[in-house]
Design a protein around this ligand. Structure first.
Ligand code: C2E
Ligand code: MG
Ligand code: MG
Ligand code: MG
Length: 275
């Protein structure tokens, strides 16, 4: 049984059932400040645990959620759950984090996304500065529609990051015109940045450009110590990847949150340890 071999109405029924039966859950991956190893944020990543098929990757079901229109309720569930979790961490006494949530194209195009986000923040009593929305370049193509939408979101006080940067279209135009706070360097450039001169140049150039534009920059797919050292040397602000942690449960996240700073210190990776 595979989603892609089913017809649209069966897929829709399955996704609806998943919502009703609580088959979705979130995992969280830490975002670290690369100077110190301090965890400053989390990205919420959606998972679907189907009783028969098992775990289904978002890459395999988000397109069908879009196709069937169910991305709206699913996306809202993600936003609400991620904000709720962030609030719970704050109430547990964890240092406040920014929670990043991936938006899909049709969520942005639904027109009332800003109102939705505002309502969820109110409902969860979460300050807007603790929510970040990740969008991709391909979603920003329809400038006349998307630009006012992003401005409305910014007015609420949430931040916006441009995910998978470098893999979409006309990225430089978007950097200039869109109210973006952070660039996420796509994993495909980070992967070989220590062994391929072209990737190295691309990563360095994105970091330098981000800083000159007064944007933050984060690298995704940080998998090795070599990656980390390269990114630190080139003054990348933040990093996210398997070197630090895979996406984990909320409990696992909270338990490990403070460990990275110690590891950075003891392994001489922290700015502090070089003093
Ligand atoms: P993304 O937003 O670019 O998320 C990063 C993906 O890279 C995640 O895959 C994460 O598990 C993976 N990753 C993180 N660090 C590493 C690493 O060091 N090496 C490698 N090889 N991979 C790493 P995941 O969780 O399978 O999600 C895939 C994509 O699905 C996401 O890419 C995002 O576009 C989409 N997605 C996930 N959750 C949601 C959601 O709630 N809503 C929407 N609309 N899309 C989502
Ligand atoms: Mg993302
Ligand atoms: Mg990404
Ligand atoms: Mg990606």
């Amino acid at each position: 049984m595979e989603l892609k071999n089913m017809n649209v109405s069966d897929r829709k029924a399955m996704l609806l059932q998943a919502l009703e039966n609580d088959e979705f859950y979130l995992l969280y991956q830490p975002k670290l400040q690369l100077r110190t190893g301090k965890v400053i944020g989390a990205e919420a990543l959606l998972r679907w645990e189907h009783p028969v098929i098992g775990t289904i990757s978002p890459l395999d079901f988000i397109p069908f959620a879009e196709e069937t229109g169910l991305i709206r309720p699913i996306g809202e569930w993600v936003l609400r759950s991620a904000c709720k979790q962030n609030k719970m961490w704050q109430e547990m006494g964890l240092e406040p984090l920014t929670m990043a949530v991936n938006l899909s194209a049709s969520q942005l195009f639904q027109g009332d996304i800003a109102e939705k986000v505002e309502n969820i923040l109110k409902e969860m009593e979460l300050a807007p500065e603790y929510l970040e929305l990740e969008i991709t370049e391909s979603m920003t193509m329809d400038v006349e529609f998307v630009l006012p939408m992003l401005r409305k979101l910014k007015q609420i006080g949430v931040s916006i990051s441009l995910d998978d940067f470098g893999t979409g279209y006309s990225s430089l135009y978007h950097l200039k015109e869109f109210p973006i706070d952070t660039i996420k360097i796509d994993r495909s450039f980070v992967r070989n940045c220590t062994i391929d001169a072209k990737d190295a140049t691309i990563v360095k150039t994105i970091i330098a450009m981000a800083h000159q534009l007064k944007l933050e920059v984060i690298a995704e797919g940080v998998e090795s110590k070599d990656h980390l050292i390269f990114l630190q040397q080139n003054l990348c602000d933040e990093g996210q990847g398997y070197l630090f942690s895979k996406p984990v449960s909320a409990t696992g996240f909270a338990e490990n949150m403070r460990a990275f700073e110690q590891i950075f210190l003891s392994e001489g990776l922290s700015e502090e340890s070089s003093r």
